[in-house]
Design a protein around this ligand. Sequence first.
Ligand SMILES: Nc1nc2c(ncn2[C@@H]2O[C@H](COP(=O)(O)OP(=O)(O)OP(=O)(O)O)[C@@H](O)[C@H]2O)c(=O)[nH]1
Ligand SMILES: [Mg+2]
Length: 432
Amino acid sequence: METIIALSSGGLPSGVAVLRLSGPSARQVLSALGADCPQPRRAKFCTLKDETGQPLDEAIVLYFPAPHSFTGEDVVELHCHGSQAVVQKLLQLAIGHEGVRLAEAGEFSQRAFENGKMDLTEIEGLGDLLDAKTEGQRALAMRRMRGGLSQKVHHWRTSIVDLLAEAEARLDFSDEGDVEDELPPAFQQDIDKLIQDLTTALDSFEQGQIIRDGYRVALVGRPNVGKSTLLNRLAQTDKAIVTDVPGTTRDVIEVEIDIGGQLFSLYDTAGIRETDDIVEIEGISRSYRAIEQANLVIELIDGTRNEGPVYPKADWHILTKSDLTATSMDSRETLPISAKSGLGIADLLDRLTEQALRQKDSRETQLISHTRDKQAIEETIKHLQSAQDLTKPLELVAEDLRRGTVCLSRLIGLVDAEDILDRLFAGFCIGK
Ligand SMILES: Nc1nc2c(ncn2[C@@H]2O[C@H](COP(=O)(O)OP(=O)(O)OP(=O)(O)O)[C@@H](O)[C@H]2O)c(=O)[nH]1
Ligand SMILES: [Mg+2]
């Protein structure tokens, strides 16, 4: 097994940089740098030396002997100064050793997976954690990384394996007379119960996905009502072009914002109206596509004009440009706002947070956040439903159950993990 090394901390220069070595030669590299190996898991201050014995840098060194390390192998961490020259030199000296090379993207995590330190969903949780921008994403990712989903999957899988054992016992020993031929009445109930549990878990998918990928809000309405102005105000950018020409926005413009720890994706869309302009027609058809994908559709209505909604099915209607209108017509349905003066914006943000939190169940259940989870659970349910039909030969019932376990095994990476891992690690950075 080769030893790998990478810069595991961020961009240089920085106060401190962490180089991580994993593999059987990790300790030798350390001693070649003139440092004695510290006590396991104890920080030690060392002067690292170059090939001529000259001081190269001062560093804090940590040693995690196998198997009690992130990767399950011998791991050495060098906390050196975050200097381009220091890091380059250390990397160059390390890979000069026989059997030591630079790590590839995600390779530390891959070794952790291969050595059974983390399963597939836990690795995905780690990836989500590193990508997390909001508090909600962080909490969700942490639960996944710490085995929240794995535990559930193991539990479901064990339950199916128990049922499978019942069925197989009757197949194997049916002529020996010491096992009842009939399945116990609890068999059917246990399957029902499992289907119920899995269905409940599946129900949390939408919420999990909203936390992970963001709550999608489409801003729609007639041209010139102030959609782009509101998007810019909420996201504190000038990403969307604002003019007084109706039909300014042609493409859907997406921005991500953090409101109260929840990630929102806001979509500014082309104003909806009858038109012969082919560019605008395409823009409007994109507006409708954004509407289809949104969790919440807000139609903006120009409060200075006497026009009704153009998309009455919108979840909310809000009145814009209220800085120009004299009287406030506040109601639950039509909140008056002004993206110019800021009137009503705080209230709008509150309502958005409230709305995104509305479907939130207890934190426990929000573990299903990847499409992969959803598919695996749906498939498992399908096989269990097929196993509910006990009028068919027992062999077939057993086969349904076995397939159910395979779906769950795949979810945590017990089988067929390679494809998923390749895709996953491709998105990881070096040193992870
Ligand atoms: N007084 C006032 N003017 C506003 C407000 N919001 C937008 N406007 C003005 O209304 C005009 C249209 O604003 P946009 O944000 O481009 O409107 P839009 O809905 O994106 O328009 P399209 O992209 O053409 O569909 C611009 O001149 C803005 O300055 C507001 O709250 N108060
Ligand atoms: Mg616009």
